[in-house]
Design a protein around this ligand. Structure first.
Ligand code: NI
Length: 196
């Protein structure tokens, strides 16, 4: 049971591609426990292993809002096998303290992963739900992708980052998501919900 230090934006390891897990060893189990302890201690909705300095393909999510609705899900070696639709998501990240920005996400994802016992499972997350957005956000961390790479307005995001004393977006990492952006523009405006 350890609350680990969360690696902050600007640390090179956040841009690395993480390695697959080959064996769910005791060390991996401890890492997963630490991910949960750290996520709950920092009031996050999700946390990926690279954010606590371990470049392994593991993340945890809990979209429950209180002790009664807790729903911890562990994803090991996840693969997004289907994605559809588009949403505007107002997101933050524990590696970017207090900085929130509008990003593009798919509204639906289907993911295949291994659970804590190494058993494969498939999960679907629909309708631009918090779970759908959190899965994409955490999955990105395993490939060294950060939420700001999906930003809808680079200049607005740079201003938000500057206000928090963080470095601006890097054009080399910005993702070209024309189709998602076109779909988002056709949507009626929605209430903004934060994803950490
Ligand atoms: Ni994050």
């Amino acid at each position: 049971m350890t609350v680990r230090k969360v690696v902050k934006y600007g640390t090179p390891s956040l841009r690395e591609k993480s390695k697959e897990v080959h064996k769910i060893s005791k060390k991996v189990q401890i890492l997963i426990d630490d991910l949960y302890d750290t996520m709950y201690a920092t009031n996050g909705v999700g946390l990926a292993a690279p954010q606590i300095g371990e470049n392994l393909r593991i993340f945890v999510i809990d979209t429950g809002i209180d002790a009664k609705s807790m729903n911890p899900i562990t994803f090991i070696n996840p693969k997004i096998i289907k994605k559809e639709g588009a949403v505007n998501s107002y997101e933050g990240c524990l590696s970017f303290p207090e900085a929130y920005s509008n990003v593009r996400r798919y509204s639906y994802v289907k993911v295949k992963a291994l659970d804590i016992k190494g058993r494969p499972f498939i999960i679907e997350a629909k309708d631009g739900s918090l779970l759908a957005r959190a899965i994409q956000h955490e999955f990105d961390h395993l490939d060294g992708v950060l939420f700001i790479d999906h930003c809808r307005n680079r200049f607005e995001t740079d201003k938000i980052l500057a206000d928090k004393g963080l470095s601006p977006t890097d054009p080399n990492y910005l993702l070209d998501e024309k189709e998602l952006e076109e779909e988002i523009q056709k949507l009626p405006p929605v209430e903004e919900k934060k994803v950490d």
